[in-house]
Write a protein that binds this ligand. Structure first.
Ligand code: SF4
Length: 753
């Protein structure tokens, strides 16, 4: 560590959103552990020196409250006692094994595996899950993205992203990249599009966001009417014959069926329902159709409101109707080293269902909204134990009170985390991990185009004594469970003595001889290849197999990135990843390659989705989203703002502005309710109520109120800053296909105090 500290600035990455911008940190303070200064890392191949204001506050994460330095075991009275690692691992392995042997591995549920920038631990968890026979799992993607995954899997067999750097027209739906980013140097790109008269930006959002302020067209729809708005746009394309029929005839199936259904959409009435002038909708549809390239980003504003999966589908029709797949500036299927959404097959809503609620499992993930239901029952197949890693379901899942009850009903809860979280407090054991700046880490949010980047970050600081990083925890658990050990490691270590080629041969021979070792591979690699890696990068070992698979999956793109082809490419790329402190371009892609990744059975886009077209019929017959006379306002819970992040920073002092996390409301509502700016009010939903500070904001439209995300954590002195949104939400309020919660459409009212 000394050598790096003397060099002054050390490269790493910001962990506060999926962009994971490269940053450099200068350490200081009396103990040398403060993030004295933070700046963008110009050597990072994706972010190239860019950051937003959030990264500059990362000291509050690294040196925040609630850090743990010893494993904790809960006493019968609910308090915790420190125990040694040996005791913790032995007892946890034994208790999990008892539950597995009595009720089956299906009764052990796994939640989490990583956040915005810490995904390595999740890779190693696969080994522990295999050792426990655990089948069911979930994470935050099943709160937000599984509806879109399912639609993508059906239409294309692959996930897609928008090429905003090169597009002529950018369309953002329920997405405010100025605050939530989502693609490299988002603010610079937004300003470039806004400045260029030859380019167009369209924003669909109920709120006049910072991005909407830069847009050429803002379709300021009523909250919850996204599906009506998008259906109207698609129907206008049909009505005005704006479809690229030649392209569709070659590349798509089901076109006639979809066109026939959209022809039934009453455009004028849908415009009225969504509160947008029909002429403006027609202008937007025409511009999308006329643009040489269109890139689209749908995000939580769409994915957490009513009819969210249908809206995801309608969004995709807009750019597919206009031939924007696999073209520069359009939509592309990104390369990846470790895919986040599972295989296309696992993203298709299969017959596999959760054991109690019978909820569809998409991308291998049980909907977060049914987890409590799967526990709080006497059903024999209920979950009995849970392993939670780098996640905080007691705070982040809908209906926190019920989730707390569910955690309390389990026979065993084990939490692996950096700090004592709301979930950790309910656990039987808490295992402390080093912070993300005290260990090797990586993000699997690698979606860039044409150059895609992977960044294995080195630790900036020694780990706090008493902590163990996740790969070591999983290796110890697997060994204590008796599924892997020295007998497995010894031949691999011997082969490694003869070089990597001999190691690869021995590794695949071992897996061939004993297929059950396949899921334990991360631990095998960690214990054998890991200690031989330079710079102490032991935890990167599990990536070795993934990098080889990447080189095989995308041979041309990896070769263009300068790593050659075949086995040598895998080795060269892996070495480069371990040797590059600021990240590596691992693939150089072209737009046409997207067609190689379209994984439908005939290689064409399958445009018709029967279930969603049936839901569209319901929309045609409806009068708009539901209303509730007792709760006349629509609450958007979890707005991204300048100083919001997920719950990873537990120190409320990190926020330079909006310390209380205000409740934003429109001036007209403030007048009607007689609420003054800064006044403390009570926000009430059918599930609960919370006290919040009102902020009158003319960017809000009447009837719409919003709360930020990431607030409502318990501080060490027992106080709570801001509203914990999930004290107000219910898990029953969810999308019918994906089960994702409708956090952007929570009926609410404001009471004066
Ligand atoms: S855009 Fe901001 S929050 Fe996101 S990774 Fe970069 S610096 Fe961090």
């Amino acid at each position: 560590m000394t050598e790096l500290v003397e060099a002054g600035w050390q490269p790493t990455a910001c962990i506060l959103c999926e962009c994971n911008c490269g940053i450099e940190v200068r350490l200081g303070g009396l103990d040398g552990r403060r993030f004295e200064r933070v700046r963008g890392d110009k050597a990072h191949p994706a972010s190239k020196g860019y950051t937003c204001e959030k990264a500059l506050r990362l000291d509050h994460y690294q040196n925040g409250p609630h850090r743990l330095t010893t494993p904790l075991r809960r006493r019968p009275d609910g308090s915790f006692e420190p125990v040694s690692w040996d005791t913790a691992i032995t007892e946890i392995a034994s208790r999990f094994a008892d539950i597995r042997d009595t009720h089956g591995g299906e009764s052990v549920f796994y939640y989490g595996g990583g956040g915005q920038g810490n995904h390595l631990g999740g890779v190693y968890s696969a080994a522990t899950r295999a050792a426990l026979g655990s089948v069911f799992r979930s994470n935050a993607l099943a709160q937000e993205k599984t509806g879109e995954f399912w639609v993508n899997a059906h239409l294309l067999g692959t996930s897609v992203r928008g090429d905003f750097e090169h597009c002529e027209l950018a369309l953002f739906i329920g997405k405010n990249p100025w605050q939530s980013h989502g693609f490299p140097h988002a603010r610079t790109t937004l300003k470039e599009i806004a400045r260029d008269p030859a380019r167009t930006m369209i924003v669909i959002d109920p709120r006049r966001t910072e991005t909407a302020d830069l847009a050429d067209i803002h379709l300021r729809l009523r909250p919850g009417t996204d599906a009506w708005c998008l259906a109207a746009l698609a129907a206008i394309m049909v009505d005005e014959r704006l479809l690229h029929t030649e392209w569709l005839a070659t590349h798509a199936t089901g076109v006639d069926e979809v066109v026939a259904r959209l022809a039934t959409v009453p455009i004028a009435r849908f415009a009225e329902i969504c509160g947008v002038d029909e002429a403006l909708l027609r202008d937007a549809a025409r511009r999308i159709a006329a643009a040489a390239s269109v890139a689209v980003f749908e995000d939580l504003g769409l994915q957490m409101t009513v009819h969210s999966t249908l809206s995801s589908y309608l969004e995709k029709l807009l750019w597919l109707f206009t031939a924007n797949l696999g073209v520069t500036g359009g939509m592309y299927a990104p390369t990846s080293i470790v895919g986040l959404a599972g295989s296309a097959a696992s993203a298709r809503r299969s017959e596999r269902r959760s054991p109690v609620a019978g909820a569809p499992i998409i991308s291998g993930l049980v909907p977060c909204n049914v987890i409590a239901e799967e526990i709080l029952t006497d059903h024999p197949a209920r979950y009995r134990a849970m392993l939670v890693e780098s996640a905080n379901p007691a705070h982040s899942l809908a209906d926190s009170e019920r989730m707390r009850a569910a955690l309390g009903a389990l026979d065993l809860v084990v939490v692996i985390d950096v700090a004592l979280t709301e979930t950790g407090r309910l656990a039987h054991y808490v295992l402390p991990a080093p912070s993300q700046y005290e260990k090797y880490e990586a993000s699997f949010f690698n979606f860039d185009f044409p150059d895609n980047v992977f960044h294995v970050r080195r630790p900036l600081l020694d780990a706090l004594p008493g902590t163990l990083d996740e790969p070591e925890i999983h290796a110890r658990l697997c060994e204590a469970l008796g599924v892997v050990g020295e007998d497995d490691y010894a031949p691999l270590r011997a082969a490694l003595g003869q070089g990597r080629a001999a190691f690869a041969a021995a590794f695949f021979e071992a897996l061939g001889a004993r297929p059950s070792l396949g899921r334990l591979a991360p631990v095998l690699l960690y214990r054998t290849l890991g200690p031989t890696l330079p710079h102490g990068a032991c935890s990167a070992a599990a990536l070795w197999a993934a990098v080889h698979q990447c080189a095989q999956r995308y041979p041309d793109a990896v070769e263009r990135a300068g790593f050659g082809r075949g086995l040598e490419a895998g080795e060269a790329l892996f070495d480069a990843i371990v040797e590059s402190p600021s990240g590596v371009v691992f693939s150089v892609d072209d737009a046409e390659s997207t067609w190689q990744r379209v994984a439908t059975d005939d290689g064409r886009v399958h445009l018709a989705m029967a279930e969603l077209l049936a839901e569209l019929d319901e929309l045609v017959a409806s009068d708009g989203p539901p209303t509730d006379a007792e709760y006349p306002l629509v609450l958007s819970a979890g707005e991204r703002r300048s100083f919001t992040a997920n719950t990873i920073i537990r120190d409320p002092a990190w926020r330079k502005r909006d310390a209380a996390g205000t409740l934003r409301l429109a001036p007209a509502d403030a007048v009607a309710l007689d609420v003054a700016d800064g006044e403390t009010v009570r926000l009430v939903t059918r599930r609960g109520s919370a006290v919040a500070v009102a902020e009158i904001d003319d960017a809000m439209q009447p009837g719409h109120v919003s709360l930020p995300n990431g607030f409502g954590l318990d501080t060490p002195d027992g106080a709570r800053v801001g509203v914990a949104p999930n004290e107000l939400t219910t898990s029953a309020h969810r999308d019918r296909f994906a089960g994702t919660p409708l956090h952007k459409f929570v009926p609410a009212r404001i009471d004066k105090l």
